[in-house]
Design a binder for this molecule. Structure first.
Ligand code: SF4
Length: 298
């Protein structure tokens, strides 16, 4: 069946890799933080919450086209930060128009989670908003401060436990190489601590690449951050996984984003030993002094 594109998106629009087959609905435009030094995703946008009438119109257009999505992802960068009235009315409309919807997802910052009460988060989860994607990036405060993440490691820990407790599944993303050579060891140690304490249901790594035009790129060019080689990036992944414990719940692990040189995955702790052994082999086979090729940007 052929569908006319029912929504005019305010580009650019991003979603997590695992939401590739979800209907994307923009609840907010841009990112309320928009300061992370490595990120250029929403620099062209001024943050705002969309009017509920616009959101409902998008949803109605999709329903009128006969769409029956299995999953919906709420965009843009941190739509969980939208006011409760907007989120609840959006979710109510989704549930009315698409009663068979299985899951609704959203990007969230630690701040978004902490500024909502447990009761509010539980109300959202009851309306099928049941997965939140959190960019932890690093568990180390020095690194988080350097990249202007806007939240501390303690915030990340508290927010992760809170959202899990309120009925969401948590998908956490950490960035390999984000602290450069200088902070690699503390990035490993502290990220492993947060992972062990939170055991997100889903966990993935992204490899940090500097994007021209970002403050991170300028810092690299000025020699203020020394990038990691391919071998050092693999050591970070290996050491974080080796130092982490996953005994609260099974964790589905993926490192297959376009920015990772080698795809890898499994369920932790079940596959932890095997993944660590594979990484050890890759480390041994990787020559010194080689840097990863940046992914092709569309
Ligand atoms: S919070 Fe996320 S979307 Fe916003 S600037 Fe940081 S990395 Fe980019």
């Amino acid at each position: 069946m052929f569908f006319r594109q029912p929504i005019r998106y305010e580009e650019p629009v991003y979603r997590p890799p695992s939401e590739w087959n979800s209907l994307l609905i923009q609840v907010t435009i841009g990112c309320s933080n928009n300061k992370c030094t490595y990120c250029d995703m929403y620099r062209s946008k001024t943050y705002r919450v969309r009017k509920i009438e616009e959101i409902k119109k998008d949803l109605q257009s999709c329903a009128d086209q006969g769409m029956a999505p299995d999953k919906i992802f709420l965009c843009d960068g941190d739509a969980l930060g939208a006011p409760m009235e907007i989120l609840e009315e959006t979710l109510d409309t989704i549930n009315e128009l698409f009663p068979d919807i299985r899951r609704i997802g959203v990007y969230a910052t630690a701040e978004n989670i902490l500024e909502k009460s447990e009761d509010e988060l539980k109300r959202l989860a009851a309306k099928k908003l049941t997965i939140a994607y959190l960019g932890l990036e690093s568990g180390d405060d020095k690194v988080l401060h350097m990249i202007v993440k806007g939240n501390t490691a303690e915030d990340m820990l508290e927010a992760s436990l809170k959202i899990k407790k309120c009925g969401f599944k948590l998908s956490t993303i950490a960035m390999l190489g984000v602290g450069g050579k200088k902070y690699t060891r503390q990035h490993i140690n502290e990220t492993a601590k947060i992972l062990s304490a939170t055991n997100p249901e889903f966990f993935s790594f992204l490899t940090t690449f500097s994007v021209p035009g970002t403050p991170y790129h300028t810092m690299l060019e000025r020699g203020l951050i020394e990038p990691l080689t391919s071998k050092e990036l693999l050591v970070e992944m290996h050491d974080i996984l080796e130092q982490s414990t996953f005994d609260l719940n099974p964790v589905i692990f993926r490192a297959n984003h376009v920015s990772n040189a080698n795809p890898l995955g499994g369920t932790l702790p079940r596959d932890q030993k095997k993944i660590i052994e594979t990484l050890k082999e890759w480390i041994d086979q990787t020559p010194e002094g080689v840097y990863p090729t940046p992914p092709h940007r569309m």
